[in-house]
Write a protein that binds this ligand. Structure first.
Ligand code: NOJ
Length: 540
């Protein structure tokens, strides 16, 4: 079988500006990141997803790009990028980068030319209207921040479309010249060695809202065009789309295996949090069953948290309320209409066994796991920061000032480091945890090692296993071998029995503690409160 590397990758996402500052200006940079590659390879990361690092006025944390062919000078130079790529490759780490082409920054030269001159070739790069149509409020991506998806531009004498901030005008994907530019951008970064792209805001790219002449099929076809282009330039490069859409729309992104390789698993993420809130497995089972079957080369990217809000919009209002009550009881912990702006450990009240449970679960769900910087050490959030910045504080490397992130004075940092309380850098940091054999980072390293040994979780076919305990989620992934995994979502110990074929036995590989080897006669499998166990299923 062709080796599909991404199916068993361990992906790690980070924002260069908050990872490591090498020159003491308070902003993380590529030279700093390069120095930290040994940390990443040490814990077993095999693929990095870099958030946008391009020149940007930073209205939206770099998701407002003003030059697609460069590195934000605050973060370094193209030379630094290439050196970083070389060092990553030396360690067997692949790199995928954010491709933000649903919109540009308002400061991008294309938009500047478009607004100035009606006859410029760039005018039709964007979506204009003299009389903007009414829009559905659900199209507003940042409700309470923006109140329309149309903004009047006096210089242009017309309104332009923007689904996100008004400083992010949407590109007109029905224009072949725009598509050509997008391919050129991908071609550029592929030549510099990246292994693929995270396609930002994919649904908006292909919906064609506001584009009068838009032909839906043609727009959706652009995903195949991107795929064709990328594969022709680099056979093993992947496209990973950010598309939080209902199950019936998912096939528009995977196609017949000829569009996106991977999609973030937003659906399962939301069902997972509901199951955790209820301490019951059945909603997670429903979630898995809701996912459509995927074409062979396609894959889900599973995650606990990423840099945005924890979106709950695929759950019903009552279900959302359950998750809010359990994990974000205060108004200040929530954002937009359906989101939570917290990291996992504080959501779990810092309970180590429950934090382990969640990561063990996410790493064993069918698909590829994604970790976000700081998750390996259990970083918390800073709710005093506005909006999504609460979960975007600098990486905590040591108990040195600024958590070892930067030598700059604390008030010069790109964002303040968490310096107080249970999650302050004095307690939660890489160096301290590395010295402690029982720390989260050492546990995480073991989890990653085990996940790498259980490749069936990435490539196998999965099956939900019935148990006699509603709080236990049990599943099995099988290709040449089979892995059986149990998670007890409840705060009480229990035992379950599984219906296995008579000639099969289970051998422990990983768990929340060392359990007695199973006695195959009784068939009963004990689990601690919030306990988890991974097994090989062997022939007796
Ligand atoms: C999704 C990104 O993850 C988010 O951070 C950003 O604000 C929007 N897309 C707009 O680019």
């Amino acid at each position: 079988m062709k080796k599909l590397w991404y199916k068993n990758a361990i992906v790690y996402s980070l924002d260069v500006e908050t990872f490591m500052d090498s020159d003491g200006d308070g902003i993380g940079d590529f030279q700093g990141l390069t120095k930290c590659l040994d940390h990443l390879s040490g814990i077993g990361i095999t693929c990095l997803w870099l958030l946008p690092f391009y020149p940007s006025p930073n209205r939206d944390n770099g998701y407002d790009v003003m030059d697609y062919y460069n590195v934000d000078p605050r973060l370094g130079t193209l030379g630094d990028f290439v050196e970083f790529m070389h060092q990553a490759r030396e360690r067997g780490i692949r790199v995928i980068v954010d491709l933000v082409v649903n919109h540009t920054s308002i400061q991008h030269p294309w938009f500047q030319a478009a607004r100035k001159d009606k006859h410029s070739k760039y005018r039709d790069f964007y979506v204009w209207s003299e009389n903007p149509p009414k829009f559905e409020p659900k199209l507003l991506m940042f409700p309470n921040v923006e109140d329309s998806i149309w903004e009047y531009d006096a210089q242009a004498g017309a309104y332009y479309l923007h689904h996100f901030y008004k400083e992010q005008p949407d590109l007109n994907i029905s224009n072949p010249a725009v598509r050509e530019e997008i391919c050129k951008i991908m071609g550029f970064w592929l030549e510099l060695g990246v292994s693929g792209f995270r396609i930002d805001a994919a649904p908006f790219l292909i919906k064609g809202i506001g584009i009068k002449s838009a032909d839906r099929e043609d727009l959706q076809g652009f995903l195949s065009e991107m795929r064709e282009f990328v594969s022709s330039r680099r056979g093993d490069a992947v496209l990973l789309a950010e598309a939080n859409v209902p199950p019936e729309q998912i096939s528009a992104y995977f196609g017949k295996g000829d569009k996106m390789h991977m999609l973030f698993n937003f659906l399962l993420n939301q069902y997972m949090f509901l199951a955790l809130a209820r301490r019951e497995a059945c909603i997670l089972q429903d979630g898995l069953k809701t996912l459509p079957d995927l074409p062979g080369i396609c894959q889900w990217l599973n995650f606990v948290r990423h840099h945005d809000e924890l979106a709950l919009d695929r759950l019903s209002q009552t279900q959302q309320e359950e998750v809010f009550q359990a994990f974000a009881p205060d108004e200040n912990m929530r954002i937009y209409e359906h989101g939570i702006r917290r990291r996992l450990p504080p959501m779990m009240n810092g309970e180590r066994r429950r934090i382990e449970l969640v990561y063990s679960l996410m790493f064993s769900l069918p698909g590829t796991p994604l970790l976000r910087y700081g998750e390996e050490i259990g970083m918390g959030e800073d709710l005093s920061l506005p909006g999504r910045n609460s979960v975007r504080t600098p990486m905590q490397w040591s108990d040195a000032p600024n958590g070892g992130f930067s030598n700059a004075p604390a008030n010069a940092l790109v964002r303040s480091v968490i310096a107080e309380g249970e999650y302050g850098y004095q307690r939660v940091n890489v160096a301290t945890e590395q010295r402690d054999p029982n720390s989260l980072i050492n546990w995480m390293e073991r989890l990653i090692r085990t996940r790498k040994q259980c490749q069936e979780l990435g490539i196998g076919s999965w099956q939900i296993l019935e148990t006699d305990e509603p709080c236990v989620f049990a599943h099995c992934c099988e290709s040449q071998r089979a892995v059986v995994v149990l998670h007890n979502l409840a705060d009480r110990a229990c035992s379950v029995t599984l219906k296995l074929q008579d000639d099969k036995c289970l051998i422990d590989v990983f768990g929340d503690r060392q359990y007695e080897p199973l006695n195959n006669d009784s068939g009963s499998i004990p689990l601690e409160a919030y306990g988890y166990r991974w097994f090989w299923m062997n022939q007796m």
